[in-house]
Ligand binder design. Structure first.
Ligand code: RVP
Length: 500
């Protein structure tokens, strides 16, 4: 006979947190959101930890190298999508690892033979007012000069004037030497009142530009997630089929954390994949999933996984539950797996972090997921709305939107994730292709979300995620009281509804 759960499976919107006593020192400025991402022994520290409990989903529409840099700058981690050729994914990882905070490869470059007209056209197209002048017009050619808007007057200079005649020549430039640190570069910027400092190699070749404004931005990011070499930390998704080619390439590219990307992770294929990684790359870190119960959690932990991802069918673009009838309400899944994790910790002294993946709609859902035992969350829709996601921004009606599609949609053609073999004609979609409302820059939005989480944690009298997990008091709410939680019995003025 089939096994029946006595409790229905529940989702985040069915729960609320009750306040605890808030002491006077409990204010958002004192809250730490630092959290482990890989397993560790009692009394020791995890080898990789996040400064904020956020990860971006293993999805084409979400996590590329740009998203990874933007999120690591704020303290979280992106898992670069695996539904692409191995070399392209490894290239994205290399770009993140090679990104030097504050040092940018010049994106606007011309030669001395170009004209003022070319400068103006380039400026119009890119919005950059600093143009590097190199012998071959490439970002790493021999640096011959720099043009900024201070070097020409549109009203006086003819449009066909050659760049070589008005650029600030190399002989008059202040520049930094290859290998300079950001603080050395910054000293030169201040000493000489510069807006931009070129960093030049032994052959006078241009390597990077350091902008004063980028340095300031760098200083504003105290939570940046960096490795021992000051490179951003980055993750990558893998599958259970081509791991023998993909993993070596990703490890060689410098990936920090791998994760097996699958809607159902309670499989022997995942065990084999983890064993392959642990045998061939003993230092590599690998998460596995997704699971929704104790059995799935223990199976993957005993297979050697460093963290476990939780959630089936709750993703905003996911139709797995409709198509296949498998899944579980996200809150129920997190609560059961967290309890299994805590038991495992008591029995073995090994703490295995869990990630709540999918179904975060409101910011408070993140706080609830953490309170229920998640160490961090993974989000797709949330990040897809930002400038930094890799998809197109479009205008639909009066609104700006960004494209967002599931990894199980035809568009992603990521069949390895869902199709366990057999005829292509039998393949069915488990995800949709959609739009999400455009929301602006990642940093601004995340600052608001993080402030909300920290404020709620203060309401719960908690200065850390661990404390929240121990102290949180969580109540199930009735359908009627959910209505009471929104604005009700008033006539809303136009546009008075807040977004997230
Ligand atoms: P959400 O944050 O609700 O957008 O959910 C993102 C999650 O949805 C992903 O991390 C993944 O687990 C799941 N996903 C991605 N594609 C699909 C699909 O096509 N069914 N589901």
């Amino acid at each position: 006979m089939a096994y029946y759960y006595t409790e229905p499976s529940r989702t985040f919107s069915e729960y609320l947190l009750l306040p605890n006593l808030t002491s006077k020192d409990c204010n958002p400025g004192n809250v730490s959101l630092k959290t482990p991402i890989v397993k560790f022994k009692k009394g020791e520290k995890p080898e990789v930890a996040l400064n904020i409990p956020f990860s971006s989903a293993v999805m084409q529409a979400v996590s590329d190298h740009n998203m990874a840099v933007a999120l690591a700058r704020c303290g979280g981690i992106s898992f670069i999508f695996g539904s692409q050729p191995v070399e392209e994914q490894a290239d994205m990882v290399r770009k993140v690892k090679g990104h030097k905070a504050g040092f940018v490869v010049s994106r606007s470059n011309l030669t001395p033979q170009h004209t003022l007209k070319d400068v103006l056209e380039l400026k119009e197209r890119t919005g950059h007012s600093t143009v590097a002048i190199t012998d071959d017009g490439t970002p790493t050619g021999k640096l011959l000069g720099i043009v900024t808007s201070r070097d020409y007057r549109i009203s006086r200079d003819p449009q066909d004037k050659l760049v070589g005649q008005f650029m600030t020549p190399f002989s008059s430039l202040i520049y930094g030497k290859s290998g300079s640190t950001l603080s050395e570069a910054n000293d030169l910027i201040w000493e000489h009142k510069l807006n931009c400092l070129p960093i030049v190699g032994a052959e006078q070749n241009l390597e990077y530009l350091v902008f004063r404004k980028d340095y300031d931005a760098h200083k504003e990011n105290p939570y940046e997630l960096l490795d021992g070499n000051k490179s951003y930390i980055v993750g990558a998704g893998i599958n259970t089929k081509d791991y023998a080619e993909r993993v070596p390439a990703l490890v060689a590219a410098g990936v920090d954390v791998l994760v097996i990307d699958s809607s159902d992770g309670y499989t022997e294929w995942q065990r084999e994949t983890i064993e392959y990684v642990k045998t061939n790359f003993p230092k590599a870190k690998i998460g596995a999933g997704n699971v929704v119960d104790r059995e799935g959690f223990l199976y993957l932990v005993e297979s050697g996984a460093d963290f476990i991802k939780v959630g089936i069918g709750g993703g905003s673009i996911c139709i797995t539950r409709e198509q296949k009838g498998i899944g579980r309400g996200q809150a129920s899944a997190v609560m059961e797996v967290a309890a299994a994790r805590d038991d495992y910790f008591r029995e073995t002294g090994i703490y295995v972090p869990i990630c709540s993946d999918g179904g975060i709609v409101h910011d408070y859902h993140i706080t609830l997921a953490l309170a229920m035992g998640a160490d961090f969350v993974m989000m797709g829709r949330y990040f897809a709305r930002f400038d930094e996601s890799p998809t197109r921004k479009l205008k639909v009606g009066n609104n700006f939107v960004k494209e967002f599609w599931g990894e199980g949609s035809n568009r992603a053609r990521n069949w390895q994730r869902y199709d366990t073999g057999g005829k292509q004609s039998l393949v069915f979609e488990e995800g949709v292709d959609s739009y999400v409302s455009y929301a602006g820059s990642l940093q601004e939005n995340m600052e608001k979300t993080i402030h909300k989480i920290k404020s709620t944690m203060c309401n719960c009298g908690s200065l850390s995620i661990e404390e929240l997990q121990q102290k949180a008091r969580i109540t199930l709410v009735s359908a009627t009281s959910i209505v009471e939680g929104g604005a009700h019995d008033v006539i809303l003025k136009e546009n008075s509804l807040s977004g997230e």
